[in-house]
Design a protein around this ligand. Structure first.
Ligand code: ASP
Length: 319
């Protein structure tokens, strides 16, 4: 696929700092894989002989499975390293893990970690290409790319759309990566949350801030709901989940203020009845949540291909 503009970096650690042609290169490649994945023969040999490791220090359903599927559909050998059963649980440091991976000649490493700096550190200490599968509250770049692909396929563009990102922005790496991507691609971004669930200085990320969801979603083309991330909360950020749903949960009444063809997104896992009404989440006229999961596989295939190609050209295939 050398006729397409390339993603020029060795790793994919975040969206911040990427330029529109780099993002478009990954989205265009993903588009091809989205089509391939809808056909009967979903497999090719682009990554034949390559080794992909999924190193997940935090739980994941969609992200880990889709990286695995993506690697396998490209013909790579894919290994899932479960942290609970690996030597990390016995006290091995991240640096020792990196040295082990180097000795195994891994080509691409997809990492999820609860600490924001850990993925960057691994990218410095390993010889392989590293993809950030979500690090703490920092970034989740493949989620933002799959969200962008879903929007682009439905709306035909990203530029000029108004997108409301609603809920627990404070703890959300999904929100951060989406804010960077959508701003870079010319969308207008709003964040909608109670004050306690917004990072201080969030305006400096180039968003408009709303504390009332009815106003926040007014006229929006896209509404992205976020999970209330109770596992990252120490203390109480909302009076109760019932209150939260009443004031910040998306239901049909609040949705009526958005554009008539507004689409609803959620990165999963969903807390039904907390940030989103259950019927609305399943309403395929409005909700593209299932499509987001589908696009996740295509985006991860594109990222694996792009990084493997870069590793080959920079290290003569000896990475
Ligand atoms: N799955 C997403 C993440 O890993 C969103 C979430 O967990 O709420 O960040």
């Amino acid at each position: 696929m050398t006729d397409m503009p390339r993603y020029p970096h060795r790793h994919l650690l975040g969206i911040q700092g990427l330029h529109p042609p780099e993002i478009n290169a990954l989205l265009d490649l993903s588009e091809r894989y989205a089509e391939q994945n809808q056909g009967a023969d979903k497999k090719d040999s682009t990554l034949r002989g390559r080794t992909v490791i999924n190193l997940f220090f935090e739980n994941s359903t969609r992200t880990r499975t889709s990286f695995e599927l993506a690697g396998k559909r490209l013909g790579a050998d894919v290994i899932n390293m479960q942290v609970a059963t690996s030597s990390v649980a016995k006290g091995e440091t991240l640096i020792d893990t990196a040295m082990t991976l180097n000795a195994m000649h891994v080509d691409v490493l997809a990492v999820r970690h609860p600490d924001s700096g850990a993925v960057q550190l691994l990218s410095e200490k390993t010889n392989c290409a590293v993809i950030n599968g979500g690090d703490g509250r920092h970034e989740h770049p493949t989620q933002a790319l799959l969200d962008a692909l879903t929007i682009r396929r439905r709306k035909g563009r990203l530029e000029g759309l108004t997108v409301a990102i609603c809920g627990d922005v404070l703890h959300s790496r999904v929100a951060r990566s989406n804010i960077h991507l959508l701003n870079t691609m010319g969308a207008r971004v709003r964040v909608v949350a109670p004050r306690t669930l917004l990072p201080s200085g969030v305006e400096t990320l180039g968003v408009d801030v709303y504390h009332d969801i009815t106003e926040g979603v007014r006229g929006c083309d896209i509404i992205m709901m976020l999970r209330l991330q109770q596992e990252r909360m120490q203390g109480s950020y909302v009076p109760s989940v019932r209150e939260f749903f009443r004031f910040f949960g998306l239901d049909y009444a609040k949705l009526a203020n958005a554009a008539p063809d507004a689409l609803i997104m959620h990165p999963g896992p969903m807390n039904r009845g907390v940030e989103i009404d259950s019927d609305l989440a399943d309403d395929f006229e409005r909700s593209v949540i299932r499509e987001q999961v589908e696009m996740g596989v295509a985006v991860r295939m594109a990222c694996l291909e792009a990084l493997a190609a870069n590793a080959e050209s920079s290290a003569g295939g000896a990475a």
